[in-house]
Design a binder for this molecule. Structure first.
Ligand code: TRP
Ligand code: SF4
Length: 335
């Protein structure tokens, strides 16, 4: 397998944590949609990864997986172009995870920035588990299985991707040939999408707009957004650099609108509600397309299940081929 092949392939996953928001869309899924027609793409719901932190409370994993996949389809991920599946329906990932675990130094995993961070953040859970420590090894299996050279992810995953590269390199080194090409992370322009309060958009900060959120909710959320605190009254000039509304404009607005907003803000020529108006319209226009696309899938869950089933079968075909090569490299084939 040459590096040229891997450069045409894309793999990426997402943990099914519930409904997606604009941060997922602008940070990751927009890239999936952009790449799917020119690259061979594998997109999966990483339900085993959800277990690594959520093993004590699993009743929502299936529902969350379904909702997330509908959000992907709504956002324009096209099952005619990309292979879409659920990680646990391709159990070959578990075998590759096991084989990779043999050569993955524990010290590398303990040093992963997310390891200590998540343990501290989720201190109510016992995350001193083997499965949680191995999170990046499973992620490596997900990617290396498809010999994908490109991995469109959010900024928070860059450290994991570096670890995946190191695991691939070490595997190839230990077994003396390049079986698993090293992948690279691909980020969108808005890999760190601002939320309604100017912090990173995240469910845990309660500053999100959901995909397919109803127009009136979007309107209310944007209208009540805080603006530059210097603009106490309408006649006070402001500074767009201190305003979370302007951060969102930078994601949604054309240069002319940006210019209009920035000038109007600094000169107090427009009010904050005037400024928010085109933003509300742009978000709603984007979301209306998604609401329409999702309707068919929401009403016919079987359609979604069929897409996932077909995706899993296709993925398993590729996974079996990779595993044959990997087993031969390791030296466990048994005829
Ligand atoms: N760790 C990723 C997240 O939390 C999900 C994930 C699992 C993933 N396997 C992957 C992302 C492989 C990219 C490639 O979002
Ligand atoms: Fe923010 Fe726009 Fe108000 Fe300026 S005019 S403070 S950029 S909302």
């Amino acid at each position: 397998m040459s590096a040229g092949d891997s450069s045409r392939k894309v793999a990426s996953g997402m943990r099914p944590t519930g409904r997606l928001h604009l941060g997922h869309y602008h940070g990751v899924i927009k890239n999936w949609v952009r790449l799917q027609h020119t690259y061979e793409c594998y997109f999966f719901a990483a339900d085993w990864h959800a277990l690594t932190t959520g093993y004590q409370d699993t009743e929502e994993i299936e529902r969350n997986t379904f909702d997330m996949v509908v959000d992907w389809l709504a956002a324009g991920v096209d099952p005619g172009a990309a292979t879409i599946f659920i990680q646990s329906k391709v159990p070959e990932h578990a075998e590759l995870h096991l084989l990779l675990s043999m050569i993955s130094p524990v010290s590398w995993l303990e040093r992963a920035p997310t390891y200590k961070d998540m343990q501290a953040k989720l201190s109510d859970r016992d995350l001193a588990t083997y499965g949680f420590l191995g999170y990046p090894v499973l992620q490596a299996a997900d990617i290396l299985m498809y010999r994908a050279g490109n991995v469109p992810v959010g900024a928070d995953q860059v450290a994991h991707l570096e670890l995946v590269r190191e695991i691939a390199r070490r595997f190839n080194h230990v077994f003396g040939r390049i079986v698993l090409p090293e992948p690279q992370a691909l980020l969108t322009e808005h890999a760190r999408m601002p939320g309604l309060d100017g912090q990173k958009m995240s469910k845990s900060y309660n500053n999100t707009i959901r995909l397919r959120e109803p127009a009136e909710d979007i309107e209310r959320k944007v209208r009540t957004m805080k603006t530059d605190p210097a603009r106490v009254r309408r006649k006070d000039p402001g500074d767009p650099a201190n305003c979370p509304v302007f951060d969102l404009h930078q994601v949604y607005s054309e240069p002319e609108t940006l210019d209009w907003a920035a000038r109007g803000c600094r000169s107090a020529g427009i009010g904050c509600l005037d400024c928010k108006r085109p933003l509300i319209e742009a978000i709603n226009a984007e979301q209306n397309v998604m609401i329409d696309r999702a309707e068919r899938f929401r009403d016919q869950p079987d359609l979604v299940h069929a897409i996932l089933q077909e995706g899993a079968e296709k993925a398993r075909g590729v996974a079996r081929d990779t595993l044959e090569d990997v087993r031969a490299s390791v030296g466990i084939v048994h005829g």
